[in-house]
Design a binder for this molecule. Structure first.
Ligand code: ADP
Ligand code: MG
Length: 249
């Protein structure tokens, strides 16, 4: 169902500024993500894309501005923050799986600890999700026994196991060998088509064209331009976007 204009956006970022010391890395960021919307963030290295993602589930604190998730102000700390984090899934470039736990344990850990699911319940759901991302045959292996593409698919399943309201994926395919990129992108396209709300930092244009509703171009800590993927890739408006695209295309 397309988001209706009267509905409050699932993610609302208003006037957000972030400094690392003197370095102003997020400059008055305003960004909404509607329920079910897939937003791609692209831009040069160092433009603040990861910091923005990390601010949305408070892995970084912001210096000013407000972030609301599903109408709730991002909590400062404590149980409210833990709860918020369970609603905002995060997938990183480096898969960040627990090395000494099996694939299945990686997926069930948080549902058991945080959502208080029974082990049987968590295992059942985890196997469904591992099947959905195509790694069910590897459930009892350790992450190191899997390829990078498989590990990243496990990381996506782990994030889905918390039933998040939105998933943030920060360059999920950048650390992968080229032949493994598509298997991860296919899972992401499936997720997008299932109606998941997603904010994805990626330069994968194929994904952007297949699955994105909107492209947000960041440069030097600011949102410089946003439009549909077709419009952005065929007809960028700003010089900075044109220059960036000339380098990646
Ligand atoms: P991107 O993901 O677009 O490459 P980042 O959000 O990682 O950009 O970084 C934005 C800027 O903030 C960069 O100049 C980076 O060097 C700086 N930065 C990121 N993390 C830190 C940190 N923990 N401490 C100091 N500076 C940081
Ligand atoms: Mg980054």
């Amino acid at each position: 169902m397309p988001p209706t204009s009267t509905e409050r956006p699932l993610v609302e970022i208003r006037g957000v500024n972030k400094y690392f010391g003197e370095h102003h890395v997020l400059k008055d960021i305003d960004l909404d993500v509607a329920r079910g919307e897939v937003v791609i963030v692209i831009g040069p290295s160092g433009s603040g894309k990861s910091t923005l993602c990390r601010s949305i589930n408070r892995l970084e604190t912001i210096n000013s501005g407000e972030i609301h998730i599903d109408g709730k102000l991002l909590p400062e700390e404590g149980r409210a923050l833990a709860h918020l984090r369970s609603e905002v899934g995060m997938v990183f470039q480096s898969f960040n799986l627990f090395a000494h736990k099996t694939v299945l344990q990686n997926v069930t850990l948080a549902p058991i600890r945080v959502l208080k699911q029974s082990k049987a319940e968590a295992n059942k759901r985890a196997m469904e999700l591992l099947t959905r991302v195509g790694v069910e045959d590897h459930a009892n292996k350790l992450p190191a026994q899997l390829s990078g593409g498989q590990q990243q698919r496990v990381a996506i399943a782990r994030s889905l196991a918390m039933d998040p309201k939105v998933i943030l994926l920060d360059e999920p395919t950048s650390a992968l060998d080229p032949e493994m990129i598509n298997e991860v992108l296919d899972v992401m396209v499936g997720l997008a088509r299932s109606g998941m709300t997603m904010l994805v930092v990626t330069h994968e244009m194929g994904f952007a064209k297949k699955a994105a509703d909107r492209v947000v171009f960041m440069s030097d800590g600011a949102i410089v331009e946003q439009s549909t993927p077709d419009e952005f890739f065929s007809n960028p408006k700003t010089e900075r976007a044109k220059e960036f695209l000339s380098k990646i295309l």
